[in-house]
Design a protein around this ligand. Structure first.
Ligand code: SF4
Length: 375
């Protein structure tokens, strides 16, 4: 039986952060049961895709999945359990620290969720306010203390390159967070996405983006600092203590089969790729009508799959195994991509040994330049 990785999108948030372009809707109590029932119906509709599969990870992302009552999350897990074979070592739920509730955290842990991913972004209250986060650092600390009693494996998300953030502020954030000893850290540089409040603020001249060289300095500082604190840099934006790399996200970077549920969730399974509608009404109408809520379905030809596998695999610090690619696609990427590889090696962006092609430190900073070569 083939492995499968499951993503469940819970698209509700209490407020909208200024940089966020994820598909989210304002949280309303009356949506909880309805959305949970829709998800369960979608699981039934996708039962053929779940057949003869072993589910290795489940990831509740959002939005803010932790807003959902534990009983609803449990019900979704039970539905999956009845529909497919689950042999997972990792079930993650994303949480917003704005409402510390220990009983809720304990319930999530009791139902088998064993990885908590908390969106902190910064330890600086002025920065949190600027970002539109609905919590301050003290509230996060209360939440973290409660979470620690129930979760051994915690990820903390941080942002750098935020307008108004200095290198010293970033150093302070890292130091504070490391003192809490989370098992995993995801550090993303703030990107200004279309259709965000931040984008409009910049266009109106209300906010000036940080200079690129300062952002690069922040990233380089994190790489060096986290290494001295025992964190393994295993993907461009992700660090973990030994043994705590996120199995679910690795499935994306290795371009393995995953199945998404919920509004806007994407899937890659059996040589096909498809995405659910981002429109919650269309999603609901399709499911109630017994139809899959898919809006974009494409066959995945081997060339496209190869490109994606190379492009995503290069994000990982262990690099791309030429042997694995050869086994999976029957071609030797060293020769297939010889021009591209030569170019990025000559530019000092990538290094190559007998079996691995991996990013150099310069390549990590200029990842997009490298990836463009292979796209
Ligand atoms: S909490 Fe996360 S998903 Fe919700 S608006 Fe903020 S960034 Fe977006």
């Amino acid at each position: 039986m083939k492995n499968l990785y499951i993503y469940i999108h819970i698209p509700f948030c209490k407020s909208k952060c200024i940089y966020c372009d994820f598909v989210t809707f304002p949280f309303k109590e009356e949506w909880v049961t309805r959305y949970r029932l829709l998800l369960e119906r979608e699981i039934e509709l996708k039962k053929d895709m779940l057949k003869d599969r072993v589910v290795k990870t489940i990831y509740f992302g959002g939005g803010t999945p932790s807003l959902f009552p534990p009983s609803d999350i449990r019900s979704i897990l039970e539905k999956l359990n009845k529909t497919t074979k689950i042999e997972t070592k990792e079930i993650t739920i994303e949480a917003n620290p704005s409402f510390p509730d220990e009983e809720r955290l304990a319930d999530f842990a009791r139902m088998g969720i064993n990885r908590l991913s908390i969106g902190l972004q910064s330890t600086d209250d002025a920065i949190l306010k600027f970002l539109g986060r609905d919590h301050d650092y003290a509230t996060f600390l209360r939440f973290y203390d409660m979470a620690r009693k129930h979760f051994e494996n915690i990820n903390v998300d941080l942002l750098f390159g935020i307008p108004g953030q200095t290198l010293d502020m970033w150093k302070g954030t890292l130091k504070e967070v490391i003192s809490l000893a989370p098992q995993h850290l995801s550090l993303y540089s703030l990107t200004v996405e279309n259709d965000t409040i931040l984008k409009r603020m910049i266009e109106q001249g209300k906010v000036r983006p940080l200079q690129e060289d300062i952002v690069a300095e922040m990233y380089e500082y994190a790489i060096d600092y986290l290494e001295t604190r025992g964190y393994v840099h295993y993907e461009i934006s992700n660090w973990a203590l030994a043994g705590y790399q996120c199995i679910h996200n690795i499935s994306y970077w290795k371009n393995l089969d995953y199945l998404g549920f919920g509004v806007s969730a994407s899937s890659h399974i059996d040589g096909r790729r498809f995405t659910n509608t981002s429109n919650i009404k269309d999603y609901s109408d399709a499911i109630i009508g017994g139809e899959l809520p898919i809006v974009d379905e494409r066959p995945y030809d081997w060339k496209e799959e190869l490109t994606d596998t190379v492009f995503m695999g290069m994000r990982m610090m262990e690099g791309l195994s030429l042997t694995e690619i050869k086994k999976r696609f029957g071609i030797d990427p060293y020769f297939y991509y010889s021009d591209q590889i030569k170019k990025v090696v000559d530019e000092g962006l990538v290094e190559i040994d007998l079996d691995r092609v991996r990013l150099t430190k310069k390549g990590m900073l200029l990842g997009n330049v490298v990836f463009r070569e292979f796209l």
